[in-house]
Design a protein around this ligand. Structure first.
Ligand SMILES: [Zn+2]
Length: 460
């Protein structure tokens, strides 16, 4: 296996294309030989590959259902992984002594388990680091040198989420980061989070977009007093208004990348506001609802991702669900790589109003990250059905019996109540829905559905 992956080794479009074709051919060949799932899927295909479009499309549900056949190292089994991820003490620790594990629900509500080897982890870490250093620029780096590196990761804790396990991985693998990075749980009461951040005084912040927006509000209210030099907002797409508010409050330009657990090779944001795709390690194909290619300049229905580096768990033409638009002409920033815009997952905050009239906005990820990793749950959805009611729709794995479902509802109820309490929202009631999660009209699936606008609480 190719452990010497030279990233960004070519800067011409021709060179990048050549590298992409060679890596794709290599990956497909490897998947055919080493993954029983792909061997079966590609059975009728010719040996030589003329176009990526000859290959069938895959998705999370299909791949997760055939997990043991999907992976190319037979030592990895779903059973072993599940034992591993049910142990929070092992977050960031290597699985089978060499693999990095991350779980995700993504936009589909379906849990995915993703495994990367050392080489893939190193490539994504390097790409990420380069992008952030160039965003900070020389003057930012100098100021950082003067004030010291203290990175606050605002994240969900207690499960193997990609972000958190990345932080633990950093701490475990490098003495430099051990005391310079600290994870702050999004599930702690907001006042406590503010207090701890005031004490830590981070110079760098990485956090779920909606949580960072919430913190900007706290800083504006004079409760939070921090002066970070770099903020990366993650996982959700913010509205332009929120994005600018963060920038104004903290006096910087927030950084955002486009990537996911399935595609960790972050496309980096340029100063012109476009994401440049690292096309030598990843292929993104914008498609319409029938999986036909969408031309540049048109927003796609979804995007198919092919990860050209990770051979442990081949991700080839995998339906990611995001809508993207490819820039039809060359980006004015000078970077020749393909530039895209992303209509990512919207961070639909749930808005509640306290008896004293105060509006409280709760980031959807607070709920998602709690339910996400609970055993037995196949799909979930949180719906705000009235100004003070949340309805929880759950569907369970077939093997999960009624008694287990009831027990788990009690656990979930307690955990969600605790989160609401942390925001002073004890009056919000939680309903266990009898119906399963549903798709919205456009066929897209939303994990969290706020109250429709017309029913929204009028401003006081
Ligand atoms: Zn650009």
């Amino acid at each position: 296996m190719d452990n010497q992956i030279h990233i960004l080794s070519s800067h011409t479009t021709d060179g990048i294309n050549r590298q992409q074709r060679a890596r794709l051919a290599d990956l497909v060949q490897f998947a055919r030989t080493s993954s029983p799932f792909y061997r079966e899927l590609y059975r009728g295909l010719p040996d030589g590959l003329e176009s990526i479009r000859q290959l069938p499309i895959t998705n999370k549900k299909q791949l997760m259902a055939r997990f043991d056949d999907w992976v190319t190292d037979p030592k990895i089994t779903l059973e072993k992984i599940q034992t591993f991820i049910n142990e929070p003490g092992l977050i960031g620790a290597p699985f089978l002594d060499k693999y990095h594990v991350a779980i995700t629900s993504g936009t589909t509500g379906q849990m995915g388990i993703f495994i990367t080897d050392e080489a893939t982890t190193a490539v994504s870490a390097k790409i990420n680091q380069q992008a952030k250093l160039s965003w900070l620029g020389i003057s930012g780096l100098l100021r950082l040198g003067l004030r010291g590196i203290r990175l606050a990761a605002i994240t969900a804790t207690g499960a193997h989420f990609g972000f958190l396990s990345g932080i633990h991985y950093m701490q475990n693998s490098s003495p430099f980061w051990k005391d310079r990075v600290r994870a702050f749980s999004v599930h702690m009461p907001i006042d406590e989070l503010v207090k701890q951040l005031n004490r830590f005084q981070p110079t760098l912040i990485m956090g779920y977009a909606s949580m960072v927006a919430l913190l900007a509000g706290q800083q504006e209210l004079g409760r939070l007093h921090i002066h970070p030099l770099f903020i990366e907002v993650m996982s959700e797409k913010l509205s332009e208004v929120e994005f600018q508010k963060i920038g104004k409050v903290f006096n910087l330009r927030p950084y955002q990348m486009y990537g996911s657990t399935e595609n960790p090779f972050a496309s980096s944001l340029c100063k012109q506001g476009w994401y440049h795709v690292n096309s030598d390690v990843v292929i993104l194909e914008p498609v319409d609802a029938e999986y036909r290619p969408v031309p540049a300049g048109v927003m796609s229905h979804s995007v198919l991702v092919t990860n050209l580096v990770n051979k442990i768990q081949p991700i080839i033409r995998y339906d990611l669900g995001d809508s993207i638009l490819v820039k039809p002409d060359v980006c004015p920033c000078g970077n020749p790589r393909t530039a895209i815009r992303v209509q990512g997952r919207a961070a639909d905050a749930l808005v509640f109003v306290k008896p004293n009239g105060e509006h409280v906005s709760v980031p959807p990820l607070l709920f998602v990250t709690l339910i996400d990793h609970m055993p037995g749950i196949e799909l979930f959805q949180v719906v705000q059905t009235s100004p003070d009611t949340l309805r929880i729709r759950l569907s369970y794995q077939a093997t999960y019996n009624q008694a287990q479902q009831n027990d788990q509802w009690q656990t979930l109820y307690a955990a969600l109540s605790e989160v609401l309490k942390g925001y002073g929202l004890n009056f919000v009631s939680l309903e266990r829905a009898s119906e399963p999660p549903r798709q919205s009209e456009g066929g897209k699936f939303r994990l969290v559905i706020p109250l429709p606008r017309e029913q929204e609480i009028p401003a006081v």
